[in-house]
Design a protein around this ligand. Sequence first.
Ligand SMILES: [Zn+2]
Length: 326
Amino acid sequence: MINWLDIIKYANHGSPKPSRRVEKTDAEWEALLTPDQFRIARQHGTERAYTGAFCHLFEPALYGCVCCENWLFDSREKFESGTGWPSFTQPVTENAMKYRKDSSYGMSRIEVLCNVCDAHLGHIFPDGPMPSGLRYCINSASMRKVSTTAVQTATFAGGCFWCTEAIFKALNGVESVLSGYSGGDAINPGYDQVKTGATGHAEAIQVIFDSSIIPYEDLVRIHLHTHNPTTLNRQGADVGTQYRSAIFYHNEEQQAIAEQVIADEAANFEAPIVTELSAFGQFFKAEAQHQDFYARNSDTPYCDVVITPKLQKLREQYSDKLKIHT
Ligand SMILES: [Zn+2]
């Protein structure tokens, strides 16, 4: 979860890297947008309070950038601020937006822009609801509702989640990956409990992806080929049920696809695939130090020896499935 200190840091020292970039000339943007959208999103304008289409809309929705459809906010993070502009307390991913100091109109504020195409979205203030305490004050004209029918969740386990997270984060169409624990009994377990094997959880990742860009079938196939699905309760030196290979399907369609892919891939492995296939129950997010571990620790021996070669293999086998910056 992003808090005000993160925002100050981003505004002073630079924001997280975007997952892709879109760049167009003003004339090209003008041709794609309405005059209001162009004035607000491309020329740092502001719509009048209470006039925006999304001001009072609270039905389930995913809001994207009006210019490039980069996912910005989920309606679950939207709240009624009483200001007359759509207000959110968290972005959908940490790198969805960039933050810039703005001293226009004699005020000291922090501007929020789309991290993919630099569209002006609005401003951010530290007076939102807890726990983040943030209020993203966003122009309706800078956003469009994104179709959510293609957006799905997938849950995979394949040994140490530092590895699986790094792999899935590199895939085009994957919007977010969280490291955590799934497939066990205890509620909200911590790393120290899970690593004993006693809770029954596997180190797992929760993947939010756009199935119109990368189908579930591709995710299952890539999962099988980026860990060892033939060693029971073991990945290399990591031994225990917490390191088991598993696919936790979220619906019957995912179950049928996973069964089919495993059957199709059997001939490509020297030993039988022992990946557990079971219905998704619960996912508990791991502690902050386990999130985005590879990106923050890529020079450490474990990352260097275990994860970097896996990513190299991914680049060789699946270069057409990767985000442009990887
Ligand atoms: Zn954008």
